[in-house]
Design a binder for this molecule. Structure first.
Ligand code: ADP
Ligand code: MG
Length: 307
């Protein structure tokens, strides 16, 4: 017994270390461009969520380069437990906002608070554990499909992995691949489409089940039908869980039912409200909405022509 326990403990610690490095890799690929200058404050405490995950930006200024501001005096509140959408023209800073929340970068001035704690004062591990991101483009590991989903939660039983994939509308697809869940993906494996990648990333998020969920145009590579089906599953998962979820969305049809829609332009908040309120207001959101309505009709007409 004694002889066995040593190697087993040893393996256990290797496994734990490996798992840690995988979490770090998740961080890495969620953010793609990780800034190594991000440091944890000495004596940082773990993030606590007594309010259930309220997010506040207070007068935040940020630019990737000093002479080119991206977020300008940005103040906003994302209420706890709500579904919030962030919309606005391409390049207005939506992805940047999420990157700051994850602390891939720090703001040059202003504060970002989660349940009244400055994110600079909490441990990086607790911050990043509390957040799940489905990034705009999900790089995959050169590993099996199963492991790629498991990076969300290494200890999950296999049934949970399958259930997560089912809810992300990718289970049947996976089963159709040459080795099912053991199929290798990534650079050296099966080539998979952008939409499949997105659904694997959503599976990973469902398995991780974090209190704060960020989706960065997470369904943009899907056709309208699959997108709607996946969004309705995501909504179902969120319902009754009181999870704060932030959807950066290009197609407004996927987020019009959000509790709050925040509209950015050139890194500043220009308007916010519900879909109905914003349409009545007749501002930027309503312009974007009517432009997309027109495209939507064209899409449908084109689809009919093809049939
Ligand atoms: P959105 O997601 O709203 O389309 P982003 O937040 O990705 O916009 O980008 C906002 C601006 O910041 C854009 O002008 C973009 O070119 C620039 N930008 C984004 N990422 C980087 C980066 N890593 N380095 C330098 N500039 C960047
Ligand atoms: Mg973006």
């Amino acid at each position: 017994v004694f002889q066995l326990s040593v190697p087993l403990n040893f393996l256990g610690s290797v496994y734990r270390e490996l798992r840690q490095s995988l979490l770090d890799m998740e961080t890495l690929f969620n953010l793609q461009k990780v800034n190594v200058s991000i440091k944890e404050k000495e004596g940082a405490k773990a993030l606590a969520l007594p309010k259930g995950g309220e997010i506040k930006f207070e007068d935040v200024n940020f630019g990737y380069y000093e002479d080119r501001p991206i977020l300008r005096n940005l103040s906003l509140t994302i209420p706890a437990g709500k579904k919030v959408a962030v919309v606005g023209p391409s390049g207005c800073g939506k992805s940047t906002l999420l990157r700051l929340l994850f602390r891939s970068y720090d703001a040059q001035s202003g504060r970002i608070l989660i349940d009244d704690q400055d994110i600079k004062d909490v441990t990086l591990e607790s911050l990043r554990k509390s957040i799940g991101v489905v990034p705009q483009d999900t790089p995959l590991f050169n590993d099996t499909v199963e492991l790629n989903i498991r990076y969300g939660n290494m200890d999950a039983p296999a049934e949970d992995v399958f259930a997560a994939a089912q809810r992300a509308h990718i289970h049947d697809k996976i089963e159709s691949w040459p080795h099912g869940y053991q199929t290798k993906v990534g650079e050296r494996g099966l080539m998979i489409s952008g939409g499949e990648k997105q659904r694997l990333a959503v599976s990973r998020m469902i398995l991780k089940d974090p209190p704060l969920l960020f989706f960065d145009e997470a369904t943009s590579a899907l056709d309208t039908h699959t997108e709607q089906a996946l969004m309705s599953n995501i909504n179902e998962i969120l319902r009754g869980k009181e999870r704060t979820s932030v959807f950066v969305a290009h197609r407004l049809r996927t987020i019009y039912d959000a509790d709050l829609i925040i509209v950015l332009k050139e890194g500043s908040l220009v308007e916010q409200g519900t879909h109905k309120e914003l349409l009545e207001k007749g501002g930027l959101y309503s312009e974007l909405w009517s432009a997309q309505e027109r495209w939507g009709e064209e899409e449908e007409i084109n689809a009919e022509k093809k049939e």
